[in-house]
Ligand binder design. Structure first.
Ligand SMILES: NC(=O)c1ccc[n+]([C@@H]2O[C@H](COP(=O)([O-])OP(=O)(O)OC[C@H]3O[C@@H](n4cnc5c(N)ncnc54)[C@H](O)[C@@H]3O)[C@@H](O)[C@H]2O)c1
Length: 302
């Protein structure tokens, strides 16, 4: 355990942050906290009438003595994502911190979900991470430093009437793990993690808002995101659940499994050993795809 009395507070002075979907809800809380801790913040959200919610958040940041600019391009297209990141480069000269938080939901059972809806949900949550992530990553890679937080959800465990949303949010997990792997391989001080938030916003479950009251404040997630974005945090490629002041680590695991160590493996052998293959005792949490191969090799080859 680090002795927090010996460690400096978390401060983003000199850092430039981009937060998507930051006009309201969780993104707004992230933008306000980062600005209050010294970051210059590019606040992204969709255009609104007469002004975008992003402009209102920037006004709050500036009124509190911070630095921020609004950008109302959509994360759902490569051009929109590039425009958001280029605003940061044009105005503040760099991007150190990226939070891709923008989100939409649309409820439908699998068979009934129109493909336009599937494309919209994947476009904002999952492809949006490429649209803003690629131009931000290029700038971070040039300077060898960056902190990225993408947004997953408890829907990764499966969600009734949210098949596209759950798939997009689970895709984000594979992406942060791959970014973490790439940064490690290239020796870059760039981290990428996925936050699975819970907060009382318009996307949240009404019954949880009722039951949890103030604990459902987005501020209780913002502190976790700010830690993941800090220089002090070296955690990468992980899923962090946060909400109601609770913080937890989610991980992908694999059972030790069973191997016949003979060819061919018959369906009957699989049937007879399936319970053993699925026995969770001594499960492993592979660090990456190569590590997963090593675990399988140990079981098959001994
Ligand atoms: N609130 C929760 O409990 C919860 C739970 C799990 C995951 N999440 C995720 O957290 C993120 C934030 O959600 P929230 O609860 O604050 O919702 P919210 O609706 O309050 O905020 C989402 C913001 O994203 C913006 N947005 C939507 N499409 C956009 C686009 N194409 N380009 C730019 N901005 C766009 C919206 O205008 C909105 O301001 C989302 O990714 C959501 O899926 C939230």
């Amino acid at each position: 355990m680090p002795d927090s009395a010996m460690m400096p507070g978390i401060d983003f002075t000199g850092r430039v942050a981009v937060v998507t979907g930051a006009g309201r809800g969780l993104g707004r809380a992230y933008a306000l906290l980062l600005a209050a801790r010294g970051a210059a913040v590019v606040v992204n959200d969709l255009p609104g009438e007469p002004t975008s919610a992003a402009d209102e958040v920037v006004a709050e940041i500036v009124a509190a003595g911070g630095r921020g600019v609004a950008v109302t391009d959509s994360v759902a297209t490569p051009e929109g994502g590039a425009a958001i990141v280029h605003r940061a480069l044009d105005v503040f000269g760099r991007v150190d911190l990226l939070v891709h938080n923008a989100g939409v939901v649309s409820a439908s059972t699998f068979a009934d979900q129109p493909m336009e809806q599937v494309h919209e949900v994947l476009g904002v949550h999952l492809l949006g991470a490429w649209h803003v992530g690629q131009p931000a990553w290029r700038d971070m890679e040039k300077r060898g430093y960056g902190r990225i937080v993408l947004t997953t959800s408890m829907a990764q465990f499966g969600h009734f009437r949210q098949p596209a949303y759950a798939a997009a949010k689970t895709g984000v997990i594979g992406l942060v793990k791959s970014l973490a792997h790439e940064a490690r391989t290239k020796g870059l001080d760039i981290t990428a993690n996925a936050i699975a938030p819970l907060a009382g916003t318009r996307l949240a479950r009404p019954e949880a808002k009722e039951l949890w009251g103030d604990l459902m404040s987005p501020d209780n997630v913002a502190g976790v995101v700010a830690y993941l974005l800090s220089e002090q945090c070296q955690v990468s490629g992980q899923v962090v659940h946060a909400g109601g002041s609770h913080v937890a680590h989610g991980f992908l695991a694999q059972t030790r499994g069973w191997a016949a160590r003979a060819t061919p493996l018959t369906p009957e052998q699989v049937r007879d050993h399936f319970a053993q293959a699925c026995d969770p005792a001594g499960y492993e949490t592979p660090a990456d795809a190569n590590d997963q191969m090593r675990i399988v090799e140990r079981t098959v080859l001994g």
